[in-house]
Design a binder for this molecule. Structure first.
Ligand SMILES: O=C(O)C1=C[C@@H](OP(=O)(O)O)[C@@H](O)[C@H](O)C1
Ligand SMILES: C=C(OP(=O)(O)O)C(=O)O
Length: 416
């Protein structure tokens, strides 16, 4: 039964790169994710004057607690929101003029609550075209620190960026949060900061980060839990199939591993052990109502297998999936409807009715979103004739996805 090697976590790799760059000393990242997002992040650091040594299985970063070594830089963030939100924040701690731009897709995505908070902290940051969007320029002169208010109801990445910045400020930061989504990602940030020598704390709505800087370390990156969701879902929709992902188990930092609890509720057999996780398809897939506010990157995974459940699948509290790589609620609805599935959406919810009419394969409109491709590839295990208008957009987080999924397919006895 298939044992699947999942590439490193995008979220952990991006944070580790920031922390390594900001730390005093040389940090080694073991098994980082090598994909468009994380390579774009590393490339951005190089543009800002950091030395990043890359071999296949380890990346080494020479940290500079005082910030970028160059006084001017032009950084292209590609499609990566972690890059586009974390790197301008890192640059703010330095001294110089740094310009940031991003792909058309990333230019459309918001970051105003973050840039507003940075301005409130005294950072000279200007949006060049649309307010709250890339491109932008930071004229950095260090950050004094203090208290700031932040609305992270659209993206937790705004809070993560400020938390990561905290130890680089002179006085530390107190971040008062008025709303917050994707809480487990903030927990990852705090846990990783601790590994780099900083104890950030949450006191109700206030996140407190002491000044003092980071310490370099050696950091091993976990496999990516959001990526693993496609392989777990594949097992759940295939009666008798069992998929094991080593390296992602009880001690995992990533909230998205919680997707297996959704599969368990639907009827799959799930075992989460210290050394890995196994999902077994039982032939039972029940409909359910589930709140995915904490694990919304796995919303498309669930939407894509929902028609195979025996009752409606209602996914709630996922309004912020409308400002990801695309409007994911509408993209899921559009593609499911094209397959003949009945779907309803609301501002922050989607409801999918059971049943896929036979012989209804279709070309999936990906909107350049890696998760739409990887999710509907799972649908393709049960619906023949699914293809994608842009299969290559998986490069954002998993360039080898199609090969790995084809291998899984033949491991499940499906040689289509
Ligand atoms: O901090 C991170 O690494 C991420 C946070 C989440 O974003 P939001 O907080 O915008 O939901 C998630 O969707 C994204 O893929 C990665
Ligand atoms: C939303 C995602 O990415 P980003 O880091 O660009 O927000 C994602 O990977 O699903």
């Amino acid at each position: 039964m298939p044992v699947v090697t999942i590439p490193g976590s995008k979220s952990l790799t991006a944070r580790a790169l920031f922390l390594a760059a900001a730390a005093d000393g040389v940090t080694t990242l073991v098994r980082p994710l090598r994909s468009d997002d994380t390579e774009g992040f590393a490339e951005g650091l190089v543009r800002l004057g950091y030395r990043v040594g890359r071999t296949r299985d380890a990346w080494q970063v020479d940290g500079r607690p005082q910030g970028p070594s160059v006084s001017e830089a032009d950084v292209y963030c590609r499609d990566g929101a972690t890059t586009a939100r974390f790197l301008p924040t890192l640059a703010a701690a330095g001294h110089g003029t740094y310009r940031f731009d991003a792909s058309a897709q990333m230019r459309r995505r918001p970051l105003l609550p973050l840039t507003r908070a940075l301005r409130d902290l005294g950072v000279d940051l200007r949006h060049e075209e649309a307010e709250g969007h890339h491109p932008l320029t930071v004229r950095a002169a260090g950050v004094e620190g203090g208290e700031v208010v932040l609305d992270a109801g659209q993206s937790s990445q705004y809070l993560t960026a400020l938390l990561l910045l905290g130890p680089l400020t002179r006085k530390g930061l107190r971040i008062r949060v008025t709303d917050l989504v994707s809480v487990p990602y903030v927990e990852i940030t705090i846990a990783m900061m601790r590994e780099f020598g900083v104890a950030a704390e949450r006191e109700g709505d206030v996140f407190v980060v002491p000044p003092g800087g980071y310490r370099a370390t050696t950091y091993a990156i976990e496999p990516d839990a959001s990526t693993a969701s496609y392989f777990f879902a594949a097992a759940a929709v295939t009666p008798g199939a069992e998929v094991t992902v080593p390296g992602l188990g009880t001690g995992a930092l990533q909230g998205d591993l919680g997707f297996v609890d959704v599969l368990r509720r639907m009827g799959a057999e799930v075992s989460v052990r210290p050394d890995g996780t196994t999902v077994r398809g039982t032939g039972v897939l029940r409909g359910l109502t589930v709140n995915m506010r904490d694990i919304s990157d796995t919303m498309p995974t669930l939407a894509a297998i929902a028609p195979f459940a025996d009752g409606p699948v209602r996914i709630e509290d996922v309004a912020n999936t409308r400002v990801k790589e695309c409007d994911r609620l509408e993209a899921c609805a559009q593609n499911l409807r094209r397959l003949g599935v009945e779907v309803e959406t609301g501002p922050g919810r989607i409801e999918i009715r059971p049943g896929v009419p036979s012989g209804t394969g279709a070309e999936i409109t990906t909107h350049g979103d890696h998760r739409i491709v990887m999710s509907f590839a799972v649908t393709g295990l049960r619906v023949p004739g699914i293809s994608f208008d842009d299969p290559g957009c998986v490069r954002k987080t998993f360039p080898g996805f199609h090969e790995a999924f084809a291998e899984l397919r033949s491991g499940l006895g499906d040689d289509r």
